[in-house]
Design a protein around this ligand. Structure first.
Ligand SMILES: Cc1cc2nc3c(=O)[nH]c(=O)nc-3n(C[C@H](O)[C@H](O)[C@H](O)COP(=O)(O)OP(=O)(O)OC[C@H]3O[C@@H](n4cnc5c(N)ncnc54)[C@H](O)[C@@H]3O)c2cc1C
Length: 405
């Protein structure tokens, strides 16, 4: 059995950042366990048809967190990245309209503009109704019947789950916030107003996919990463883990970035907590390459049409090079593709943690209990939250300071 001070589970951006930051801060007893043969997690890329493709979906580095960019630039200098302004659109009723819809209704034909303005005007939020706790109800409350039916309900069902009703609203700071006045002003002045979504400006590598920076972080760690080692059990008393391959590791502190509901067994916790942990939900996303031209100048396009299997296309020649595009499709919908349509195909079993109504309570109890035992949940899966890579990297950098100060 191998014993170390810091045992890190999972070699995605969270684990890689924490491991590198600890080593940079002079800690040598650091070991990272990764189930795949390479690191990078959802942020991995590969070469397809002569150019990079992000196998976990479209991945862009938001410029908003300078400390994160500065950290990543240590592995891949700023001269190796291009900076872009976001151009993302929604395919709606035969038109391509900029995202977010509420700020760009003016790009649609006038009769549709009227329908959508009326939808928002009549929505609950503009008529004194209290904000609902469920996501589906929130969509109607915020944007009204028409926009819910044409766009928000079908799109979110396609991306997250058919059971949209199970989701809460506590995570909606992720979405753009455009009020009715902003929408009216946008229509009058033909310019987007309101709080815009993330990635307004982003970096993407010039010559590679996003995964390259994480390859370099992994290289820096050398034999501090154990690959092809799938964590199977966690003993919360002894801080020991075993892998599917039969190896044992122990850490004074265990930092886990792997999904809580993916452990085969966790000992030292109550049956009730185990049941709650297992009830955490996620969705799986398939990535599929198409060599054709996507017929758009946008970097990515949201596709709410329920007849199409995928919910988003990523047009790589508009943010790196090469030809073609790739689609993102929830696993349950991939059977809608025709046989041999597109390809190659990459499946990500753990793609989106689902923000179900009871998740905040479950995670609060679980993480408080684990923290008391020197087991720390970090990253998208460690906290079971929709964090983007810049957020998990920031959190990992902060944790490295807390652990070593
Ligand atoms: C479709 C999509 C689009 C996205 N777009 C963006 C974007 O544009 N910009 C952005 O910044 N972020 C984006 N994200 C979010 C980004 O992918 C995450 O923030 C980031 O990958 C989180 O890193 P992580 O290390 O916490 O988790 P992950 O990347 O999921 O890494 C977890 C690691 O743990 C490993 N692992 C899992 N189980 C085990 C086990 N039992 N034993 C050992 N190892 C295990 C996995 O193999 C993986 O390497 C997107 C996500 C998705 C799904």
């Amino acid at each position: 059995m191998i014993k170390v001070k810091y045992l890190i589970l999972g070699g995605g951006p969270s684990g890689l950042t924490l491991a590198n930051a600890l080593v940079q801060r002079g800690e040598n007893s650091v070991l990272l366990i990764e189930k795949e043969s390479e690191a990078g997690g959802l942020c991995r890329s590969t070469d397809v048809d002569g150019w990079a493709l992000d196998t976990g979906g479209g991945h862009f580095l938001d410029v908003r967190r300078p400390e994160v960019c500065e950290f990543l630039f240590r592995f891949m200098g700023p001269e190796e990245w291009d900076r872009y302004d976001r151009d993302s659109r929604i395919r709606l009723k035969g038109h391509e309209v900029s995202h977010p819809l509420e700020a760009n209704i003016w790009q649609l034909p006038e009769y549709v503009q009227r329908q959508y303005l009326e939808s928002i005007r009549a929505a609950g939020c503009n008529n004194g109704a209290a904000m609902p706790a469920r996501f589906t109800e929130w969509i109607y409350w915020k944007l009204g019947e028409r926009i819910a039916a044409d766009y928000m309900i079908p799109y979110n069902k396609k991306m997250f789950a058919d059971e949209l009703d199970e989701l809460g609203t506590y995570w909606l700071d992720k979405l753009p916030n455009v009020d009715y006045e902003d929408t009216l002003r946008s229509c009058r002045e033909h310019h987007a107003y309101g709080t815009q979504p993330g990635h307004a400006s982003f970096y993407y590598p010039k010559k590679y996919g996003y995964g390259e920076v994480f390859n370099r972080m992994a290289e820096e760690l050398g034999d501090r990463i154990v690959y092809n080692a799938k964590v199977s059990t966690l003993d919360t008393d002894s801080h020991r883990i075993t892998t599917k391959e039969g190896d044992e590791f122990e850490g004074n502190i265990v930092i886990t970035t792997v999904p809580w509901n993916s452990f085969d067994s966790v000992t030292g916790i109550s049956d009730e907590m185990m049941t709650k942990m297992r009830s955490l939900k996620h969705s799986s996303i398939e990535i599929r390459y198409f060599a054709e031209d996507a017929g758009t100048d946008a970097q990515w396009v949201y596709c709410p049409d329920p007849e199409l299997p995928y919910h988003r296309i990523l047009v790589r020649y508009n943010f790196c090079k090469g030809k073609g595009y790739w689609t993102e499709t929830r696993s349950e919908r991939t059977s809608m593709f025709k046989e041999n349509e597109g390809g190659p195909v990459f499946m990500n079993e753990y793609a989106y943690p689902l923000n179900t109504m009871d998740k905040p309570v479950i995670m609060d109890r679980l993480l408080t209990f684990m923290n008391g035992r020197n087991i720390i949940g970090l990253g998208r899966w460690g906290e079971h939250s929709h964090f983007n890579s810049d957020v998990v990297i920031k959190k990992a950098l902060e944790l490295s300071k807390t652990l070593t100060d």
